[in-house]
Design a protein around this ligand. Structure first.
Ligand code: ZN
Length: 443
């Protein structure tokens, strides 16, 4: 058991800052939950490990959409042809990269990506994975990386038929196999830290035949679909042109739009589609940096989205940087949103976890999982309940992360990772060089 003494608890929903309290939580063997929160509340646990001198503690951060397979793309040195539009960027870069991934590249991509995220205060990571030449068992490799680092998360495989129907069927099979394995773990009495979704790449690479397979997989596993939709304008036009339906309507007709679904990006969803997404209570993952990097346009209807969540879309694990970019992009575009919208979106990742795992997430209260961050945040202005969102936009950042715990286990303590980050990064640099070479061999 651990007691964090004399710390102010920063809450997200609603934004709040407490008076100094003690926070007691059990380690993994004790259930990994928060046990007590209160003034002097640590006195009842004299044998617990003590943590002192940290000013702030908050719930852990949730990154609701990422691609660990792109963790080794940072600083990419490969022969990438210039692209005229989003379709060419996919063909020239991302589809070349994902096809070059083999097992060791995926292993170190996932380990490096998880390590990066946890150092930024992320305790739960929702991944959307593609490796068309290594599909079967790929989600197990990613799960092992999560477990090695200690993160919580939700995994899926990006089914697509851009590599033929055999590839599409393999993608669906991997999703279903993994979901069944999670079910078996639960049945055996386990409390999994890793859950499953059913993944689809993007509507424009999914034929009606493949969509029907995904629909069956969603129904048979009880999971939600995690898919890119309306990232670029092309996807929206293609849906109307080839399939005679708006993106959200097509997903809905396939029974793939529900309270456990994630629509990635949704930049080009129309007003009526957002109404439908809201009606189905689905999530829309906003990834501002990636949208800017790919020049796909700005999600001007984001304020209309009921369940907006924040993702990094594989840029890195720094969801607080993503928060800031999202807010400033909205300001730059003359948008109406204030930091409170983005803090609510960051917190809403916990609703996604609740729907995937069951139970409750995202508060520092007895009974909640001890997924938390200790912040070494020295602030030159008062931090109080009324300005928590403002501190997220203009102050608090990954450099203030001091310690991170998931399920009561410290993954980062006093700024030091509990895993061998140097060894992981040393090997991931080798695998990155190999990945880049394999990409060049395929041009
Ligand atoms: Zn994405």
């Amino acid at each position: 058991m651990t007691v964090v003494e004399n710390v102010r608890v920063v809450g997200f929903n609603p934004p709040s800052v407490s008076e100094p309290v003690d926070v007691a939580f059990g380690d993994e063997s004790q259930g990994g939950s928060i046990i007590a929160v209160g003034k002097g509340g640590g006195r009842g646990y004299p044998s617990a490990k003590r943590v002192t001198g940290i000013p702030y503690l908050s719930p852990g951060l949730v990154c609701s959409h990422t691609h660990l397979y792109s963790a080794l793309a940072r600083g990419l040195l490969a022969d990438i042809k210039p692209s005229k539009d989003f379709g060419e960027q996919l063909a020239h870069l991302w589809w070349k990269l994902d096809r070059a991934i083999d097992r060791p590249i995926l292993e170190y991509s996932a380990l490096a990506g998880c390590a990066d995220a946890v150092m930024c205060g992320v305790t739960s990571l929702v991944d959307h994975h593609a490796s068309p030449e290594f599909i079967d068992g790929s989600l197990d490799v990613i799960r092992d990386a999560y477990e090695a680092i200690g993160l919580r998360g939700v995994l899926c495989y990006e089914t697509t038929d851009r590599n033929g129907m055999d590839g599409a069927r393999s993608g669906v099979r991997e999703n279903v196999r993994f979901a069944r394995a999670v079910d078996a773990g639960r049945k055996a009495g386990g409390k999994p830290k890793i859950e499953a979704m059913i993944g689809g790449h993007a509507c424009f690479t999914i034929s009606d035949e493949t969509m029907a397979l995904l629909s069956d997989a969603v129904a048979s596993t009880g999971r939600g679909l995690h898919i890119h939709a309306g990232e670029d304008r092309y996807d929206a036009s293609d849906s109307r042109h080839r399939f005679g339906a708006d993106l959200a309507v097509r997903l809905d007709e396939a029974r793939c739009l529900g309270p456990k679904s994630i629509v990635g990006h949704g930049v080009w969803l129309s007003k009526s589609e957002i109404e439908l997404v809201n009606e189905r209570d689905a999530f829309v993952a906003h990834n501002a940096r990636s949208n800017m990097n790919n020049n796909v346009g700005y999600a001007t209807l984001l304020p209309e989205v009921r369940n907006a969540v924040i993702g990094t879309d594989g840029m890195d694990g720094d969801v607080l940087a993503e928060f800031k970019f999202a807010f400033f992009k909205n300001r730059d575009a003359g948008g109406p949103l204030w930091p409170d919208f983005y803090l609510a979106a960051l917190d809403r990742g916990n609703r996604l976890l609740e729907r995937c795992f069951g139970g409750s997430f995202g508060k520092i209260e007895p009974g909640y999982p001890a997924d938390l961050v200790l912040w070494n945040y020295a602030t030159p202005t008062p931090l109080v309940s009324a300005n928590v969102p403002g501190h997220f936009a203009f102050g608090l950042s990954a450099r203030h992360v001091r310690s991170v715990a998931v399920g009561g286990r410290f993954l980062v303590e006093d700024g030091r990772p509990a895993f061998d980050m140097e060894a992981i990064f040393a090997r991931s640099r080798d695998e990155a060089a190999r990945l880049w070479k394999r990409m060049d061999e395929r041009s």
